[in-house]
Design a protein around this ligand. Sequence first.
Ligand SMILES: Nc1nc2c(c(=O)[nH]1)N[C@H]1C(S)=C(S)[C@@H](COP(=O)(O)O)O[C@H]1N2
Ligand SMILES: [Mo]
Length: 232
Amino acid sequence: MDGTPVGRRVFFGILGVGAVGVLWGAKAQDWLEKAVAPLVAKDGTGLSAFLPIGRFRIYTVTGDLPSKSHSEYSLKVGGLVDSPFTLTYEALRALPPTKMTKDFQCVTGWRVHEVKWQGVLLGDLLDRAGVKARAKAIRFKSFDGTYTESLTLSQARRKDVIVAYQMEGGDISAEHGGPVRLYVAPMYGYKSIKWLDTIELTDQVEPGYWEHYGYDVDGWVGRSNGRDDNAT
Ligand SMILES: Nc1nc2c(c(=O)[nH]1)N[C@H]1C(S)=C(S)[C@@H](COP(=O)(O)O)O[C@H]1N2
Ligand SMILES: [Mo]
C-alpha cells in the first residue's frame, strides 16, 4: 500500500467510540476495490476488525460525513400527495416500529450478514401523506446535498423497505447515514440512501446518483448489475 496516492481521499480516522472507519468518495472507489477489498479478505484480523459494524464500509460520495443532531433533524414527505408533512425525529420515533434482521450487500461485493434494523415502514409514511393517483414513484434526497435515490411505488410499499433509525440495536451513527437512512432490504446497498431528509412522490422514476454511472435502477440483489460474483 506504500505509495498509493489515496491518502487525502481515503483515510482512517476515529469515528465514534473507539471505532475506526474507512471513508472514501467516488473517485477512490476503483482503488478501493483493487487494494482494500483483497486486504480485508486476506486478513480477517486486519482492516475489517476496525470497521464500525462488521464488514460494513463507509461510503460517502461527497467525501465528508454530514451530521445532524436529533433535534436538528426533520424528514419531509411531499410531492404528489394530498397532505405533505414534516416529521421531527421524535415524531418519527413515535410511529409504530418495524424490526427486521437482514443482510446488507453492496454491489461491489461485500455483504454484512444479519444486520438488525429498526425503523418505520415507508408504506406507512406514504399512507399518511395520501399518495395521489398520478404518483408512480418516489424520489429520495440526502442532506449531504448530492446523493439521490428512487423506488417505484410498488417497491416502496414492500414490507421490507423501511425508513431506518436504528442499526444493531443503537442509533444509526453519522457515518452510517444517521440519524435516519433508508433500508431497502431486497436491493443492493446503493438504494439505501444515507442521511435521508426528503421523500417526494413523483410521476415517474428519476434515476439516482449511482444509476447515472450505470447501476440498475431496479437494484435487486442477485438479479441486477451482474457485479456481485465475489459476494460472500
Ligand atoms: N447519501 C449517501 N447514501 C449512500 C451512499 C453514499 O455515498 N451517500 N452510498 C450507498 C452505497 S453504494 C452503499 S453500499 C451504502 C453503504 O452504507 P454504509 O456506508 O452504511 O456502509 O450506502 C448507500 N447510500
Ligand atoms: Mo454500494
